[in-house]
Design a protein around this ligand. Structure first.
Ligand code: MN3
Ligand code: MN3
Length: 322
């Protein structure tokens, strides 16, 4: 074999795999590829106009405004910052896939807004998202870690964002799905949750590889930082949840769901749970919503193509089966 010079530009070789999980994740993610334009959101218009109170419509709009901010952060800054620490070229390729899907997620909410709302209302939603103090706090806190954190800190931030912070928003469409309302909108949310499940598991796995290489002292320090960050984000999330959900009276059940998902985020990172809340504590209507099998699309045939993710399999839809 010819000697490869140090300044040669290395072609990616998928016939030489450093880590089987990169290849398995690539295959899983490409199998479950989807686009917002394939979901008939307008089929929900009748329910939106006839069966939703103004308060419920506003809640839905605001949570989707918040989710737009967070998926924008992932697509613009999050994945780009993680890619700098990729340990091989296939990991970079997987992150490229993830980054594009984050753009699809962010765009999906606009498709929902466009179908359901007038332009003036849409502008109001974006004004709200760009100025809401609790939403801005979490977006900026996470982005600060993306810009200035270590490779492992950035992975923690990403998993906390995707496996924990998104769920104050996901609660609303899952609740309505559990009550048989806004089913096509919920379909989009379930597709997003299915993607996030793989992202959280994969990035959590990459975190664990790096974490294992730290000294015991470094591990203890990083753990402390991690739990402090989670607690700080949870405190902010409590206020965000009060602001969104006090009006409809769901605040406490949303907080239970958040604590349950915070534990899932820690599990993705190979860490101990922080809260006592388990799946049995979450509103069963929401659990039913999340475990309802996807209905409209034949491209779900790839879902059952499971692969082994070691011990860290987390936030799979199956977890929500009761
Ligand atoms: Mn996303
Ligand atoms: Mn993601």
């Amino acid at each position: 074999m010819a000697e490869v010079s140090k300044d040669s530009y290395q072609a990616i070789n998928w016939n030489h795999i450093e880590d089987e999980l990169d290849k398995a994740t690539w295959e899983k993610l490409t199998q479950q590829f989807w686009l917002d334009t394939r979901i008939p959101i307008s089929n929900d218009l009748r329910t939106w106009r006839g069966n939703m109170s103004p308060e419920e419509r506003e809640l839905m709009n605001l949570v989707f405004g918040g989710l737009t901010t967070l998926d924008t952060l992932q697509s613009q800054d999050g994945i780009a910052s993680l890619r700098k620490d990729a340990v091989n070229q296939k990991e970079e390729a997987v992150l490229n896939n993830i980054q594009f899907m984050e753009s699809v997620h962010a765009k999906s909410y606009s498709s929902i807004f466009e179908t359901l709302n007038e332009k003036a209302t849409i502008d109001e939603i974006f004004d709200w998202a760009d100025t809401n103090q609790y939403l801005q706090y979490k977006a900026n806190r996470i982005n600060d870690i993306y810009q200035n954190g270590s490779a492992l800190e950035k992975k923690v931030a990403s998993v906390f964002l995707e496996t924990f912070l998104f769920y104050s928003g996901f609660y609303t469409p899952l609740y309505f799905l559990g009550h048989n309302r806004m089913l096509n909108v919920a379909e989009i949310i379930k597709l997003i949750i299915r993607d996030e499940s793989v992202h959280g598991t994969y990035i959590g796995y990459k975190f664990q590889l790096g974490f294992k290489k730290l000294s015991e002292e470094e591990q203890t320090k990083l753990k402390e930082w991690m739990y402090d960050l989670l607690f700080e984000l949870y405190s902010n999330e409590e206020q965000y949840t009060h602001e969104l959900y006090d009006g409809v009276g769901w605040t406490e059940e949303v907080l239970t769901f958040l604590r349950y998902n915070a534990n899932k985020a820690l599990m993705n990172l190979g860490q101990e749970a922080m809260f006592p809340d388990g799946p049995e504590d979450v509103n069963s209507v929401v659990m039913n919503g999340i475990s309802t099998s996807t209905a409209n699309h034949d491209f779900f045939s790839g879902v059952g193509n499971g692969y082994l993710l070691g011990q860290v399999e987390a936030m799979d839809n199956d977890d929500y089966d009761i």
